[in-house]
Design a protein around this ligand. Structure first.
Ligand SMILES: NC(=O)C1=CN([C@@H]2O[C@H](COP(=O)(O)OP(=O)(O)OC[C@H]3O[C@@H](n4cnc5c(N)ncnc54)[C@H](OP(=O)(O)O)[C@@H]3O)[C@@H](O)[C@H]2O)[C@@H](O)CC1
Ligand SMILES: Nc1ncnc2c1ncn2[C@@H]1O[C@H](COP(=O)(O)OP(=O)(O)O)[C@@H](O)[C@H]1O
Ligand SMILES: [Mg+2]
Length: 324
């Protein structure tokens, strides 16, 4: 018998095998999984998220909603920077500053005039960390590439940041290639690897069940929240819970979808949501935006930029449940 993974999480006591995004799990392992995970498996659905996203106060101003810094892009991958920037802007942040290499300046200022551009002195890759004092959360990764100068920026960020971090893409690959940097990870950072990036961070998994075990170990060891992305994105927490997402569709299997998630999560962290609330809301809203977008474009025609247009309605839906 086979079940989609989210349903499976609650059926394991009776059904010791599952098939889903993570394929088939041997019967013994499923029992072991169930035994270990008793009551620490959750679905990310609207019910779980109720009350987690505060309404905007009548007298709120841009200072109320935080100032995010995004470190993004390299030559040829400024598109990733644009996508993360637009998503961040659509996710309620009060102010956004974007750091790209110089090659990104004109593109960013044109495609996202609401964001401030704080251009790196280097032409093609990030090479210097800016002053961090103004910011309430920092996201780094989409499109940055793995230049030596960018590794130095990441290390400086990990050593000096006093505010929540969201790390994605080559920020994760640089951590994987330089595991000593993992010890510098500030507690409650959010990491957003897809399975290949997660493999670079924590080694290869024997099977999909083992990958979830590695996820648990990784989050515990590094005191971080890790968003293992896929068809049923799974959030691992430092305390061992696993949360499986229920939104999203295969139309989101298109370049840049993950860059959008980085911008969204950074905006939520900048607004002073806890790492857990930001991760749960961000994961769900990202998939839900994909579902709303697909109603307009179809799954086949969906592109990552479409997601950004539906983040607003999705977050509205989560703050005012009766509005739709
Ligand atoms: N417009 C722009 O500027 C864009 C810029 N971008 C930027 O490019 C950079 C490189 O990012 P990247 O993720 O494409 O490269 P990489 O780490 O080699 O991983 C690719 C491999 O991972 C795997 N894989 C992925 N998902 C999986 C899953 N769910 N389940 C299983 N496997 C999965 C899969 O491996 P395969 O199965 O093919 O062996 C796939 O081939 C990054 O900085 C990003 O921000 C992009 O966002 C695009 C738009
Ligand atoms: N089949 C799918 N169903 C639902 N969501 C998906 C599917 N495929 C990919 N996604 C989502 O799309 C995003 C892809 O992220 P990522 O691999 O980092 O892409 P990129 O680096 O191109 O932006 C993730 O959030 C993932 O959960
Ligand atoms: Mg990615």
């Amino acid at each position: 018998m086979s079940f989609e993974l989210p349903k499976l999480a609650f059926l394991l006591p009776r059904n010791a095998e599952y098939v889903g995004q993570w394929h088939t799990v041997p019967i013994g392992l499923s029992r072991q999984f169930q035994a270990q995970a008793e009551s620490r498996l959750f679905l990310i659905d609207a019910a779980l998220l109720a009350g987690r996203l505060p309404r905007r106060g009548r007298f709120g101003h841009k200072g109320t909603y935080g100032h995010a810094l995004l470190l993004l892009g390299s030559r040829g991958k400024i598109g990733a920077a644009v996508l993360a920037t637009q998503a961040c802007l659509r996710s309620g942040v009060g102010l956004l500053t974007v750091r790209t290499p110089a090659v990104g300046y004109d593109i960013l200022q044109t495609s996202a005039p609401e964001a401030m551009a704080l251009t790196d002195p280097a032409a093609d890759f990030l090479s210097e960390l800016p002053e961090l004092t103004p910011y309430s959360a920092i996201g780094m990764g989409p499109g940055i590439d793995k230049a030596d100068s960018t590794k130095v920026v990441l290390e400086q960020l990990l050593r000096t940041a006093q505010v929540p971090l969201v790390l994605d893409a080559d920020a994760l690959n640089l951590l994987g290639a330089n595991p000593d940097l993992l010890a510098l990870l500030p507690p409650d950072s959010i990491l957003t690897p897809h399975p290949k990036e997660f493999e670079r961070l924590s080694g290869s998994a024997r099977d999909d069940y083992h990958r979830l075990e590695l996820l648990r170990e990784f989050c515990h060891k590094h005191r971080c929240y890790t968003v293992l992305k896929g068809a049923h994105t799974c959030l691992g927490t430092p305390t061992g819970e696993l949360y499986f997402n229920t939104t999203g569709n295969p139309g989101m299997a298109t370049g840049g979808s993950g860059d959008v998630l980085t911008g969204l999560l950074t905006a939520l962290r900048a607004q002073h949501l806890s790492a857990l609330d930001a991760a749960l809301l961000g994961i769900y809203a990202h998939g839900r935006a994909g579902d709303l977008a697909a109603r307009h474009t179809g799954e086949v025609g969906l592109i990552a930029g479409d997601l950004t247009r539906f983040i607003g309605p999705t977050l509205q839906e989560l703050t005012t449940p009766d509005a739709f």
